[in-house]
Ligand binder design. Structure first.
Ligand SMILES: Cc1cc2nc3c(=O)[nH]c(=O)nc-3n(C[C@H](O)[C@H](O)[C@H](O)COP(=O)(O)OP(=O)(O)OC[C@H]3O[C@@H](n4cnc5c(N)ncnc54)[C@H](O)[C@@H]3O)c2cc1C
Length: 614
């Protein structure tokens, strides 16, 4: 096996990975980025809506308001000290991106332009604030391009189309990773003083998802198998407006511009579920409402979808009813100008023109709130007490700091990438300066090579595509927007049967080594099955409803018993793992406690868990 030696190895070249690479290199480390995709094809490039930062360019805004919204949006499971860092660092990070050359849209006063997004408010919930900084509706694309150019400028080495498949752990510390070069099928070892996981999410566990095909949770699954417990896996966000059956995302911006959700009776049903926020209520609330309408027989053609209507005649009628100013009214040209990509998706993939017809939408699996546990410096944690795994770092969607708690606010993922990617990159460089090289074990990479040989030679009956479709269907039906003891148990049983077939009865047709996508997809399916399984198990144990985790048999949020994070561990046996599941990890309430110590009685109330009011 070829061995590459770099101080810092970054796995993944999305926003989190590139920001970490940039800062580790600025800190003097020799950095290699290993990515299964060409960097600018990472999912970060699809983010449209924007990146939240309390710049206050258009409305009065402060980081403390952003902190409050992040805590409340996360249904109080958010670690409050981490949310404060997120909101405070967001301002610097956005300005820094701008200085690097990111072409943000401008206001008439030539400041960075900002737009409204669900849940982002001024003065602790008083009214919606314009906080999302954007570059047209291609913000994520611009972030990726900007960071990639900066990394090239800083002499970061890139290993594109190298897929990391295992960690090398030496005496409890991380000594590097094992990767397959996709073009040749050869195994390589990346020996590093520090390694950083930034491999993104795992929406591909579900059949209807906004996530790209590559989002198979490789980094989280590898960590789980090598002894890192995963945190808060039961919380997976469903975005309410995915294109029917395809799952492609229709941004919340459509509703931000006045779009409304309509059922088969022609009724704007969100008025019943969330009388004040209506269609801009938080994502979990709107997704649940669409499901309840479906159950009540009010989905369109009884097929489980509703209409999202941005036709100017409909929108203006509701604006008139609400007494909105005439200046707010929209026409065809406004829709064309503000939502060009959305119109394009619908016209291309559906043959539906949103200016003339409503769009068919249904909830789509979107974002993993849980993942590899880290502290605020992106150091990987091994237990509830916060023990650090030396040399291991993680940030972005694969990690759980936790700043999103039980439900992420729109625009906060991009902030998470740049804020914690940067902090982690700096910390890695500091670590690499003082740490010694760990010797590589003689058998490094052998176990994973054997696992790949097993998959490559497998001659059973079950093809990966078939197992994947069955996993996605059971996750959608049983571990989706609504959950009960019965559905979750059904999900766990179905997954056990699928895992058994994956380990005992797999069949792949392509036995070659060069660009063997059949082989790589089979291995990725193993990752998805592991993550699906721990998601269902953690969801079964959490006997309350909070944020994106909605139990029909335990409908209330229960702060007394469940204001804690979950941690699921794995014993490393791929075929028959033994899991540990505990809820020992306390939510960090230090900000709340600090407010309590110093603030006025009014301030003290602000960070307390409260009843949901929408
Ligand atoms: C359609 C869509 C729209 C969104 N819009 C917004 C928005 O407007 N605002 C917002 O804040 N958030 C948004 N999000 C969420 C946000 O974009 C993502 O959470 C975020 O971009 C994830 O970034 P990341 O750096 O963690 O990973 P990603 O950008 O997903 O990148 C993952 C990287 O890991 C690499 N990788 C994965 N596995 C391996 C492996 N085994 N070996 C080597 N490399 C590997 C990939 O090659 C890739 O480079 C959106 C998400 C989607 C899907």
């Amino acid at each position: 096996m070829k061995i590459h030696k770099h101080d810092a190895i970054i796995i993944g070249a999305g926003g989190a990975g590139l920001m970490a690479a940039l800062y580790a290199s600025k800190g003097g480390a020799d950095v290699a980025v290993v990515s299964k995709l060409y960097p600018t094809r990472s999912h970060t490039g699809t983010a449209q809506g924007g990146i939240g930062a309390a710049l206050g360019n258009l409305d009065e805004d402060k980081p403390i308001y952003h902190t409050y919204d992040t805590v409340k949006g996360g249904d109080y499971l958010t670690d409050q000290a981490a949310a404060k860092i997120l909101a405070e660092n967001a301002v610097d990070a956005v300005i820094e991106l701008e200085h690097m050359g990111l072409p943000f849209d401008r206001t008439s006063a030539q400041r960075i332009s900002q737009r409204r997004f669900g849940g982002h408010t001024r003065n602790f919930g008083e009214e919606l604030v314009r906080r999302a900084c954007h570059a047209a509706d291609r913000t994520g694309h611009m972030i990726l391009q900007t960071l990639y150019q900066q990394c090239i400028k800083n002499d970061v080495s890139f290993f594109d189309e190298f897929q990391v498949v295992d960690m090398i752990v030496v005496d409890g510390a991380l000594a590097g990773v094992v990767a397959i070069e996709l073009g040749t099928g050869e195994f390589h070892i990346f020996h590093g003083k520090a390694s950083f996981f930034a491999t993104g999410g795992w929406g591909r566990c579900w059949s209807v998802t906004s996530n790209a095909h590559s989002l198979t949770g490789d980094g989280a699954a590898i960590a789980l198998r090598r002894g890192v417990p995963l945190q808060d896996m039961e919380f997976f966000q469903f975005h309410p407006t995915g294109i029917y059956r395809m799952g492609i995302l229709i941004t919340e911006g459509v509703r931000g511009e006045g779009g409304v959700l309509i059922n088969s009776q022609g009724e704007r049903f969100m008025e019943r579920y969330a009388p004040s926020a209506k269609d801009l209520a938080s994502r979990d609330v709107v997704s649940r409402a669409i499901y309840l309408e479906t159950r009540a027989g009010r989905s369109i053609k009884n097929r489980g979808y509703v209409h999202l209507d941005i036709r100017p005649a409909t929108v203006n009628r509701y604006f008139a009813e609400e007494g909105r100013a005439r200046a707010d009214f929209i026409d065809d040209a406004t829709v064309e100008r503000k939502l060009p990509d959305i119109l394009d998706f619908c016209r291309t993939y559906l043959g539906v023109d949103p200016v003339k017809e409503p769009m068919p939408v249904q909830p789509t699996a979107h974002y993993a709130m849980g993942g590899i546990p880290t502290n605020v410096d992106a150091e990987v944690l091994l237990d509830a007490a916060g023990s650090v795994m030396p040399g291991a770092y993680a940030a972005g969607e694969t990690a759980c700091v936790s700043v999103h708690g039980a439900n992420r606010l729109g625009t906060n993922s991009l902030v998470d990438l740049v804020v914690f990617g940067r902090r982690g990159g700096m910390k890695m460089a500091e670590f690499a300066r003082s740490a010694d090289w760990l010797p590589l074990p003689a058998d490094a990479g052998h176990a994973i090579q054997a696992e790949f040989e097993r998959i490559r030679k497998s001659g059973g009956q079950s093809r990966p595509g078939e197992l994947r479709a069955q996993m996605q269907a059971t996750m959608m039906d049983n571990v989706g927007v609504f959950r009960t003891q019965e559905t979750l148990q059904q999900g766990i049983d179905d997954l056990a049967a699928l895992r058994e077939r994956f380990h005992q009865d797999l069949r792949i047709d392509d036995k070659a080594r060069v660009f063997n996508t059949d082989l790589m997809e089979a291995w990725e399916l193993g990752c998805l099955l592991d993550l699906a399984d721990v998601t269902a198990r953690a969801a079964l144990e959490r006997k309350e409803s909070r944020g994106a985790h909605s139990r029909e048999d335990f409908q209330a949020r229960d702060d007394q018993n469940w204001l804690v994070h979950s941690l699921v561990g794995h014993d490393g046996n791929l075929a028959n793992p033994d899991y540990t599941l505990n809820f020992d990890k306390k939510v960090d309430l230090s900000l709340w406690e600090a407010e309590e110590a110093q603030g006025t009685p009014e301030d003290q109330q602000k960070f307390r868990p409260r009843e949901r009011v929408y």
